[in-house]
Design a protein around this ligand. Structure first.
Ligand code: NAP
Ligand code: ZN
Length: 368
């Protein structure tokens, strides 16, 4: 087998760039505003994509506001966006899987070392040299990578996904983060028919978890702090809905869940959910609140419960998730917005007022 990593690093890298329109934040307290950014001219393995839609993830807010400072400080200007779908405009000479005119998608990752144990296991998200789509070290141009709040992006073909042709594009964009982040733990913890699955927080991630777990045949219970979301939860595929601030309703489910996925973006009591797990049940955190969460030992030891985390998913599994969504006709429920409404969208997400993902129509950037 040729050592493709060495071959890749030997390839001449050009620093020539072109200008792209984008929206960026200049500091942790700035609004996201119009700007231009450099994108690299194509290297041999690169795909250039005209971005049509970009989903708005709560991670965009965390990072624009530098709320994850202790783990991954934000470098400014920050161009967020890692739920990207678009159309290929150009490809490098070495690209074999995409051609101009194809639909294509990019998620949270744009590079990795491709040689470590995680990369060999198709788990690039855990590669020590994984490069995130924004606010990651840009190996080509220096500085940091810029994300999908932009009219175009250039990405190595290994990190570009194919989009099933039957899916609505605005609703497909959120699959690239919210979709894979929930699909991956559902697969890892073997969620199948008849398993009892809880989903905590009916936001962007949560509503995808409901759709995916339902499609896998699980019995899905949604926990929400928003009584007004109950009908939607059932429509999205839940079998039951619990308003989590009602402790009597919570107690009815004590000791009964095989698996609970926690997709809450803010501080909350995880112990209330640990107590709902059956013996050997697992709760997985995908939400990434700014502050540490308190965990009671008794919520774990009593039923040999486990508490885990999960982060996005590898490229192979992301393609598998997209294909699964193509077969089951699953997309996110989106409210399509122009880029000019992005700051308002952030404020609404902070009030849990999103049904259930904002998707930016990037055509709106043309007027800037
Ligand atoms: P979102 O759309 O804003 O949804 C979060 C939901 O959490 C809200 O809709 C709300 O649901 C619930 N919630 C909010 N504040 C709450 C509070 N104080 N107490 C209890 N529940 C509350 O966010 P998202 O985009 O789905 O992201 C969720 C979290 O996952 C974020 O922290 C994000 O950074 C993280 N994330 C992690 C990964 C990963 O790889 N692990 C990937 C993407 C995102 P209800 O109204 O139903 O209560
Ligand atoms: Zn995300």
């Amino acid at each position: 087998m040729p050592d493709t990593t060495t071959e890749r690093t030997k390839q001449p890298q050009t620093k020539a760039t072109y200008k792209a329109k984008a929206y960026s934040a200049a500091s942790a307290t700035s609004r996201v505003a119009s700007t231009t950014i450099p994108r690299r001219d194509l290297n041999e393995n690169d795909v250039q994509i005209e971005i049509l839609f970009c989903g708005v993830c709560h991670s965009d807010i965390h990072q624009v506001r530098d709320e994850w400072h202790s783990f991954m400080p934000t470098t400014y200007p920050c161009v967020p966006g890692h739920e990207i779908v678009g159309r290929v405009t150009k490809v490098g000479n070495g690209v074999t899987t995409f051609k101009a005119g194809d639909l294509a998608a990019v998620g949270c990752l744009v590079d990795s070392d491709r040689s470590c144990k995680s990369c060999e296991a198709d788990l690039e998200q855990f590669c020590p040299s994984a490069v995130l789509t924004y606010n990651g070290p840009d190996k080509h141009l220096g500085g940091v990578t810029y994300g999908g709040y932009s009219d175009s992006i250039v990405v190595d073909e290994h990190f570009v996904l194919s989009v099933p042709s039957n899916l609505d594009l605005a609703g497909t964009a959120p699959l690239l983060c919210a979709g894979i982040t929930t699909y991956s733990p559902l697969m890892h913890w073997d969620v199948t028919k008849d398993k009892k699955v809880g989903v905590v927080g009916l936001g962007g991630l949560g509503h995808m978890a409901v759709k995916l777990a339902h499609a896998l045949g699980a019995h899905v219970v949604v926990f929400t702090t928003s009584p007004g979301k109950q009908d939607d939860a059932m429509r999205l595929g839940a079998d039951e809905v619990v308003v989590s601030r009602n402790s009597n309703e919570m107690q009815k489910h004590a000791g009964s869940f095989d698996f609970i996925l926690d997709a809450v973006a803010a501080d909350h009591d995880v112990n209330a959910y640990m107590n709902l797990l059956a013996r050997d049940g697992n709760m997985t955190l995908v939400g990434a609140p700014e502050k540490p969460l308190a965990v009671s030992a008794f919520g774990l030891i009593g039923g040999r419960h486990s508490l885990s985390g999960s982060m996005i998913g590898g490229i192979k599994e992301t393609q598998e998730m997209l294909d699964f969504c193509g077969v089951h006709n699953i997309t996110a429920d989106v409210e399509v917005i122009p880029i000019q409404k992005i700051n308002e969208a952030y404020e609404r997400m902070l009030k849990s007022d999103v049904k259930y993902r904002f998707s930016i129509d990037m055509a709106s950037l043309k007027s800037e």
